[in-house]
Ligand binder design. Structure first.
Ligand SMILES: Cc1cc2nc3c(=O)[nH]c(=O)nc-3n(C[C@H](O)[C@H](O)[C@H](O)COP(=O)(O)OP(=O)(O)OC[C@H]3O[C@@H](n4cnc5c(N)ncnc54)[C@H](O)[C@@H]3O)c2cc1C
Length: 377
């Protein structure tokens, strides 16, 4: 039994026995799920493979919110155990998008900043794969410069009234709630005290969700409009004014995971199966080994108070560059070794690739974060 992610039928590293057993369990489940038609392998499945049926099945088997406390539906496992499971899901190209944001960053944010009532309501439903969240940070004029968000919340009786809009909101048309960043401070006030995170029920009157069609003819992300939307006080995450600090911590979870370099793994794996071993391919495997090790290390520290933002930016920047390199090698390989299933994986990866270096923060911004930390900018 292999003890870690495989390429050429060979393990990429070694792991403790309990993780090997968990990998065997999830691999068994994934093989069954392919056989029964519950899933089909695709590239970029964490962003585009939205299947509530699959998410509920994973939740039923304890593979969502694995590191969360048992009282909230988790299993109290180590980050390494979760890393192995999500790596297997991504390597298999499984449709995990429905619960991805909830599992990756909303759950950890609720555990860190949420009230007892918020944790008790949201976490068990999320860990069962039944309640889905979207992330409402970016706005038409505020992407890289997130601190300039203009969606505004003003105090109302027992809560807030929110007005404004968000864009690029992945899967808002399917999600139940949105964790959004809004301006509650005075005009000219600094982001460090002027922004607040709020949980918006997407079925609330005044919310309009408009999906955007992408290159592949599908609708993965949306515009979201708020027209005097009421948000009760108990749906503020943390305290009013603490949103910016919280979001910076959350971005560590968003940028450092193995999805930042495994979107194209099904393609890489199919090339390995078909005999690819040229020098370029060896170079990809070497990068993959390094990225896995970096991402796993960052993952171990995500629970610490000091969010490893710089290390997460390194993983995101190098990881998405690796995904683009994989596409280049695959293009060359396919021109000499045509294979229909590989061509389909290539097309999926290619049509989604314009977003790889943008989502979660553009590469230039990652490099700026790294340079500043090194005193270079
Ligand atoms: C597939 C996909 C899914 C997404 N999902 C979500 C989601 O669910 N929720 C959400 O909130 N957001 C989401 N986003 C938005 C994403 O976070 C933004 O696209 C990203 O932060 C860049 O912002 P922008 O698109 O406004 O581009 P801009 O900020 O306008 O940047 C455009 C270009 O200018 C460059 N640039 C900007 N500022 C600088 C600078 N200071 N120095 C050097 N270069 C600079 C950038 O590198 C970029 O190439 C998603 C994006 C994609 C592609």
């Amino acid at each position: 039994m292999s003890a870690t992610l495989e390429l050429f039928g060979e393990p990429l590293g070694a792991e403790p026995g309990e993780i090997t057993r968990e990998r065997a369990a999830i691999r068994g489940f994934l093989a069954e799920a392919k056989h029964s038609g519950l899933m089909a392998t695709s590239c970029d499945s964490w962003m585009s493979g939205h299947s509530p049926e699959f998410s509920r099945e994973l939740g039923r088997r304890g593979w969502i919110g694995m590191t969360w406390p048992r009282r909230y539906g988790g299993r109290d496992t180590s980050p390494s155990m979760r890393f192995a499971v999500i790596e297997e899901l991504l390597a298999a190209g499984a449709p995990v998008a429905a619960h991805w944001f909830a599992d990756r960053q909303i759950g950890p944010s609720l555990l860190r900043h949420g009230s007892a009532q918020q944790r008790e309501f949201f976490l068990p439903r999320m860990s069962r794969g039944e309640l889905y969240f979207s992330i409402g940070m970016s706005e038409p004029e505020s992407g890289s410069d997130l601190s300039s968000v203009r969606t505004r919340a003003v105090p109302a009786r027992d809560g807030w009234t929110v007005t404004g809009s968000k864009i690029w909101t992945s899967h808002a048309q399917h999600s139940h709630h949105l964790l959004t960043l809004v301006r509650t401070g005075d005009r000219g006030e600094k982001a460090s005290t002027a922004l607040t995170q709020m949980i918006v029920d997407l079925a609330q009157p005044g919310v309009t969700v408009r999906p955007i069609r992408t290159l592949d003819g599908r609708e993965h992300f949306c515009e979201v409009f708020f027209d005097d939307v009421f948000v009760p006080s108990d749906r503020v995450l943390g305290t009013p004014g603490s949103g910016w600090k919280q979001v910076l911590g959350e971005l560590g979870f968003e940028r450092s995971g193995p999805e930042r370099f495994l979107s194209t793994f099904p393609l890489l794996s199919a090339m390995a199966r078909d005999g690819a071993a040229e020098p370029d391919f060896g170079h990809l495997v070497a990068q993959l080994v390094v990225l896995r090790s970096m991402s796993a290390r960052v993952g171990k520290h995500l629970g610490d108070n000091e969010a490893p933002g710089v290390a997460a930016a390194v993983v995101k920047d190098l990881g998405t560059a690796f995904e683009q390199d994989t596409l280049d090698v695959a293009r060359e390989w396919l021109s000499q070794h045509p294979a229909p299933d590989l061509a389909e994986l290539f097309t999926q990866a290619q049509t989604h690739s314009p977003g790889f270096t943008l989502r979660g923060g553009a590469s230039e911004i990652m490099r700026d974060i790294i340079a500043r930390a090194e005193g270079l900018s």
